[in-house]
Design a protein around this ligand. Structure first.
Ligand SMILES: Nc1nc2c(ncn2[C@@H]2O[C@H](COP(=O)(O)OP(=O)(O)OP(=O)(O)O)[C@@H](O)[C@H]2O)c(=O)[nH]1
Length: 354
């Protein structure tokens, strides 16, 4: 359920703008047709266009007072009835029947109309289109400017077809952009832009499967900023956030694209290194630890340090078991004075380098 203060999304905004433009265009076109049909001495069509001008004006008013769905249905009804009457009077050679195709697409844009009724009405429009070819097969154009019929037909096909192409292209464009944003939102931690826990777990499952299949070693590292509570207390939460962002950048610059780096909790990070032997992982993590101690954090006159726990993740061992090993190793690093890397198997700790 939407919140009362929620605003129409991007696609809805685009649809509204587009609909308003099209509505003004149609109103102007029908106004011109009023003049044309009276000039051609076809008063019934002149009057029909007067009604159309009034209908489009009412629709624009409905759009302006946010009754978009009602406006859309009014426009659809106007176009469909208008097209049928014109074909009944002038015949099918002018191509007005194609407007039923446009209406059938227009109705699908109405979000307030459930999909089934929308598809149902659209199918009725297409069926009417087919039926008109039978009903009005004998109606021939018997007014002035007969030579122009083919050009009017040509113009009607373009007027009906091109807006449909542009509308679908525009909606496709916005949908793609939204999909990318949603994927990012679902996968990343908004503060550090690292993978979030949920998405990292998906990647880890795939990485583990791949490494087991290819008999490759895989290492898990848990990392935690030292005395972060004190940092927050001394420098403020905003400064703490800045440090988290910088630490994330340092981690990113000291890992490979194939490594999975995630913000696991508040000031906790998880790194998974596929196809990496424990000894290599240890060397890399120690470089990372060293880089953090030498990173310049703005407005911060002390060093930031991190503690790490590392374990090799053997085949057939579940994630939480391996994770627990890494977490225990991290705990040992904290117990032994922080700013160090401990491996789960050897409980080997790299001495502090400040
Ligand atoms: N600025 C900021 N602080 C956070 C965030 N998430 C968690 N924290 C803080 O991180 C701190 C973690 O504190 P502790 O778990 O006590 O650990 P610590 O102070 O780092 O101590 P050790 O881990 O033992 O070295 C808490 O004060 C949390 O409020 C965040 O997104 N931003």
């Amino acid at each position: 359920m939407q919140h009362p203060h929620s605003q129409p999304d991007q696609v809805e905004q685009v649809k509204l703008t587009l609909l308003k433009r099209v509505a003004w265009y149609c109103l102007s076109l029908h106004a011109l047709l009023v003049i044309l049909f009276f000039a051609l001495s076809i008063p019934i069509l002149g009057l029909l266009n007067v009604l159309s001008v009034l209908t489009w004006a009412l629709g624009i008013y409905l759009l302006n007072i946010q009754h978009r769905s009602l406006a859309l249905r009014l426009f659809s009804a106007e176009v469909a009835i208008h097209a049928i009457i014109v074909c009944a009077i002038l015949g099918m050679q002018l191509g007005f029947q194609y407007y039923l195709w446009t209406v059938s697409c227009l109705l699908l844009l109405d979000n307030n109309l459930k999909l089934k009724p929308a598809v149902g009405v659209s199918v009725i429009m297409i069926t009417l289109f087919a039926a008109m070819h039978i009903w009005f097969a004998d109606v021939t154009y018997k007014y002035a400017y007969r030579d122009w019929l083919q050009y009017v037909h040509f113009a009607n096909v373009l007027i009906c077809g091109i807006p449909m192409i542009f509308t679908i292209a525009l909606i496709r464009d916005v949908t793609m952009a939204q999909r990318q944003t949603l994927t990012k939102l679902a996968a990343r931690d908004p503060l550090t832009q690292m993978y979030n826990r949920r998405y990292a777990q998906e990647l880890i499952t795939h990485a583990k499967y791949h490494c087991d299949e290819n008999h490759e070693e895989l290492c898990i590292i848990m990392a935690d900023i030292d005395h972060f509570k004190q940092i927050n207390d001394d420098y403020g939460h905003a400064q703490g956030d800045e440090i988290l962002k910088r630490v994330a950048l340092v981690i990113a610059s000291h890992t490979r694209p194939v490594d999975i780096c995630a913000r696991w909790g508040g000031e906790e990070f998880l790194i998974v290194m596929p196809n990496t032997a424990q000894v290599d992982a240890l060397a890399r993590v120690d470089k990372l630890r060293y880089a953090i101690t030498h990173e310049i954090f703005e407005h911060f006159d002390s060093t930031v340090t991190m503690s790490f726990g590392l374990t090799m993740w053997p085949t057939k061992v579940g994630f939480y078991e391996a994770f627990q090993q890494a977490d225990n190793a991290l705990y040992t690093s904290k117990e032994n004075g922080r700013n160090q890397v401990t491996t789960a198997s050897t409980l080997y700790a790299v001495p502090n380098i400040r």
